[in-house]
Design a protein around this ligand. Sequence first.
Ligand code: SAM
Ligand code: SF4
Length: 332
Amino acid sequence: MVRGPLVDSYGRVHRDLRISVTDRCSLRCTYCMPEQGVPWLPRDTMLSTEEVVRLAGVAVAMGIEEVRLTGGEPLLRRDLVDVVAGLAALDPAPEISMTTNGVGLARIAADLRAAGLTRVNVSIDTLSRETFIEMAKRDRLTDTLAGIEASAAAGLLPVKLNTVLMRGVNDHEAVDLLGFALAHGYQLRFIEQMPLDAQHQWDRTQMVTGEEILGRLRTAYRLDPLPDETRGSAPAELFLVDGGPATVGVIASVTMPFCGTCDRVRLTADGMIRNCLFATGETDLRGPLRAGASDDELAVLLRASIGAKLPGHGINEPGFLQPPRPMSRIGG
Ligand code: SAM
Ligand code: SF4
C-alpha cells in the first residue's frame, strides 16, 4: 500500500488540496477571463462526483487535511452538495472549504453546511454596483452580498472575503472594503493580481502591490503585522487592525512570494494534478483512473507530481512563462 505524507524534494509536506469542480463561471472578472468567456472544458472530460471523491480519498490517505473546492465557479456545479457530502464521508474526514463568487450561494449555503462544508471565501472586489458591472461584466453585486450574508447565517465561519484591486478601477475602495468587512465581522484579504488571466494582459507596472494596498489602508487604520510564526503555510500576511482583534490580510504572491512554505496541490476539473499555480506541466489522473488504475497506482502518480515540484513560481525571474491554463481552469 502506497501511503505516507506527500513531501516534495524541498521538504515541504503537502496538506492542502484545491479541487476545481468546474471551469465554468457566472462572472467575467477582468483579471481572470475575457467578457466572452473562454472555451469550456468538454463535459465528458470533467470528473464525476465519484471520481472527485475517489481521488480526494487517495490524497487524504496521504496526509491531505484540507480540501478547498474552487473553479471556475463551484456553485455552477449542480451536484455540489453531493461532492461535499462525499468528501465529508472520507475517513479521516478533511476540513472542507470553498472559494466562490457568492452568486447563488444564498440559496444553497445551509445545504452545503449540512453536507459538511465548514468555511467559505467569497470574492468581492467592490461595493459599487457600477464598478461590479465594469469588473465582472454582470449585474450581480446584490447576489454576491446576499451570498456572503447567508454564509454567515448558515455558520460557515469565519467568512473570509477575497479582493483583487485593479489600478484606476477599484483601488480607491480598499478602505471602504475593509470598513465593510470590519462592520460585519468578515476577514478580508487583498490578493495581488497575478499573471493568470486568460487574455495574458497582466502588466506588472499596472499591478497594485501589497505595499501600495497597505499604504491605502493605513490612511484610515493602524495596521500592526502579526508575527511570522502565526502565518504558517497561509499565503496571507496578516495585520491587526487598530489593535485588533480584527485582522486584514495581504497575499502578495508577486512582490513577496511565499513559495517556501507552500503546502498546496491542485486537482483540475478535468482530473489533472498541478503541483503549483504556475506549473507549466501537469499529471493526468483522469486517464489512469478511467482505465482502471488502483488507489495505489493513483497514489504513485500523485506522489511523483509533488516530488517534481519546483522551489518557487519564478514570476520574478527573466525566463518566466505564464502557464497555458488560466486561473479559472486551474482553480484559485
Ligand atoms: N469563482 C470563484 C471566485 O471567484 O472566488 C473561485 C475561483 S477564482 C479563480 C479564485 C480566486 O482567484 C478568486 O478570489 C479570484 O479573485 C482570484 N483570482 C482570479 N484571477 C486572479 C488573478 N489573475 N490574480 C489574482 N487572483 C485572481
Ligand atoms: Fe469567475 Fe472567479 Fe474568475 Fe471571477 S475570478 S471570472 S468569479 S472564476
